[in-house]
Design a protein around this ligand. Structure first.
Ligand code: ITT
Length: 195
């Protein structure tokens, strides 16, 4: 079985990836190497910087992911600052900030940027997005981060009211992981050619 490493400190992210990879013949291992999350304008920049940093210290096939929640009424905030803002004010802080905002401004999207690198080939980025609304109050017990306040378009439940398999069907990460798995299956890279 082929192995790829997911460089992350986030157990929730890993669980989602592990579920997705269980549909494939690739083994995935969590590796918390840590990399500086630079102050950047975009998730792509953060992911590229992470790849650059990790590849100098780790010589196996790996991917990492930078993700964020972009709220229309706040011009895309917290966006690249999602992890920091979650740590500071959490879901309840976001709900509070949104009090008084018009319905239209509760629209938001999650974006996931996966950066994959294997030794001796160029890095690849895979992007997934999901559009939805910020709920009026936090609901649900599954997932992590902003899951209790995000309702994907066409659904009535928050991500935290969905189990991992259901969330993966809609989520930004589910989509970027699908692209990564397609890339592997299409045999575009040496390590996974025989799959
Ligand atoms: P890494 O070690 O992988 O970097 P992290 O938690 O620091 O883990 P990010 O830098 O990508 O991850 O930060 C994104 C933050 O945005 C994360 O901490 C959550 O608060 C939030 N977030 C990202 N994806 C999410 C999801 O699927 N559901 C809920 N919140 C999410």
């Amino acid at each position: 079985m082929k192995t790829v490493y997911f460089i992350t400190s986030n157990k929730g992210k890993f669980l989602e990836a592990k579920k997705k990879f269980s549909e494939s013949e690739i083994n995935i291992i969590k590796k918390d190497l840590g990399y500086p999350e630079i102050q950047a304008e975009s998730l792509e920049e953060v992911a590229n910087f992470g790849i650059e940093y990790i590849q100098k210290r780790f010589d196996k096939s790996f991917f990492l992911e930078d993700a964020g929640l972009f709220i229309d009424g706040f011009n895309g905030f917290p966006g690249v600052y999602s992890a920091y803002i979650f740590h500071k004010i959490g879901c309840s802080g976001i709900i509070k900030l949104m009090e008084g905002l018009e319905e239209n401004n509760r629209k938001a999207h999650f974006k996931s940027v996966i950066g994959f690198k294997e030794p001796n080939s160029k890095p690849e980025l895979f992007i997934g997005e999901v559009y939805g609304t910020i709920s009026k109050k936090p609901l649900g017990k599954y997932g992590f981060g902003y899951d209790p306040i995000f309702i994907p378009d066409g659904e009535e439940k928050t991500f935290a009211q969905m189990d991992t398999v259901e969330k993966n069907q809609f989520s930004h990460r589910g989509k970027s992981l699908n692209k990564l798995l397609d890339f592997f299956k299409n045999g575009k890279i040496e390590t996974f050619k025989s799959l």
